[in-house]
Design a protein around this ligand. Structure first.
Ligand code: EPU
Length: 339
């Protein structure tokens, strides 16, 4: 276990905010976490890789971080989870780097997570945030989530149904927000992977020889992401800053009359409109306000142009929301957690 007072969070948030936590504790096991619980007082925030948050200032409470590691294939004999033929259960420590797990799976020919290659962050957060990209969401592969109740140290195992997964949503972000620390996530992977190539330009990037492997898909996704998304090590950012809004069919049809080229996705309960496209249409792509900018290759991503304060990022966020509302009559909301 590691513990620090007045600890700089500069290396724990990809937006690159130089803020401090009053107390910062990194634990290595469920036992260590349980022992820590009675010592927690005041505000507690559990972070992963810090790739989906924006600190508004110093954090006057305790920040917890999991260093529970390990990737283990579970024997399906004596396991409480049922599996179908060709399925493999893999239990991963919440503190593992997400993309290290994806690489592990792809190296072994186990399919299911290759479309989620290169998403920043850690395994625990994949289950909180229901990370998603290129036609796959974490919920599609999560079999079980193990967590510790931060009020009493009791362990609880959540089946996928209990996690209330939806687009970038879960019970851990809503009804149980801040109440549990995820310690392990078990995923269902496939020995005979079925490739998911229908999103955007994956097929075009792969070429058309038809004989693709999950390793080829991983490489294609890495190439697409590298071409579009800024590297947080070079330019502070937290990936998509906004969620894509879902509008009613009526609203969609009336917008489509004015914007026939508008991209959209039919989803349960309405039609999803890419916020990045709307922000782009408002002329924000590649523009900036102070030291906060809009990425020039993907308008959904706000970037720290160097030394930006959180106020500057939030001012840019609010201005963009106002412009999108004025032009399209649609409210967009941050995906990034503002702390
Ligand atoms: N578009 C524009 N201009 C832009 C950005 C997008 O016209 O500046 C258009 C694109 O041409 C495309 C559509 O909008 O027709 C959607 O764009 P894209 O495929 O890049 O995806 P997105 O909806 O903007 C979402 C996720 C990303 C994920 C991609 C790929 C959210 C909030 N974001 O972005 O996730 O990588 O799909 O699946 O759902 C993240 O969460 O941090 C993230 C990067």
């Amino acid at each position: 276990m590691k513990e620090y007072k007045d600890y700089s969070l500069l290396n724990h948030n990809t937006f690159g905010m130089d803020v401090k936590a009053k107390r910062y504790v990194e634990y290595d096991s469920e036992e260590e976490l349980k022992n820590l619980i009675p010592t927690l007082d005041g505000e507690v925030l559990h972070i992963g890789g810090g790739s989906n948050l924006l600190f508004k200032g110093n954090f006057e409470g305790t920040i917890l971080h999991s260093a529970i590691c390990g990737i283990e294939e579970l024997s399906t004999v004596n396991c409480q989870l049922s599996t179908v033929k060709g399925e493999v259960l893999v239990r991963v420590g919440a503190g593992e780097v997400w993309d290290d797990f994806v690489a592990w799976a792809v190296e072994r020919g186990l399919g299911g997570v290759e479309n989620l290659s290169l998403i920043p962050g850690e395994v625990g957060a994949s289950a909180v945030q229901n990370i998603g990209a290129y036609g796959v969401e974490a919920k599609d592969v999560i079999a079980m989530v193990e967590a510790i109740d931060l009020s009493n140290g009791q362990k609880r195992v959540f089946g996928t149904e209990e996690c209330n997964y939806a687009y970038r949503q879960s019970i851990f972000k809503n009804a149980l927000k801040g109440k549990y620390a995820i310690t392990y996530v078990t995923y269902r992977l496939q020995k005979q992977p079925v490739l998911k190539l229908d999103y955007g330009n994956i097929r075009a990037v792969l070429g058309d020889n038809g004989q693709h492997t999950i390793s080829d898909v991983r490489q294609a996704i890495i190439d697409i992401r590298n071409a579009k998304l800024p590297d947080p090590k070079v330019q502070g950012n937290a990936g998509s800053f906004f969620m894509n809004p879902v509008v009613s069919r009526e609203k969609f049809l009336s917008l489509q009359k004015d914007y026939p080229q508008m991209p959209y996705y039919e989803v349960e309960g309405g039609v999803k409109i890419p916020a990045g496209w709307m922000i782009d249409q408002c002329g924000w792509k590649g523009k900036s306000l102070g030291r906060a900018g809009v990425h020039d290759k993907q308008a959904l991503v706000l970037v720290n142009l160097g030394g930006a304060s959180s106020e500057e990022i939030i001012t840019l966020c609010n201005t963009i929301c106002k412009d999108v509302k004025e032009k399209f009559g649609i409210d967009i909301h941050p995906e990034v957690n503002l702390i």
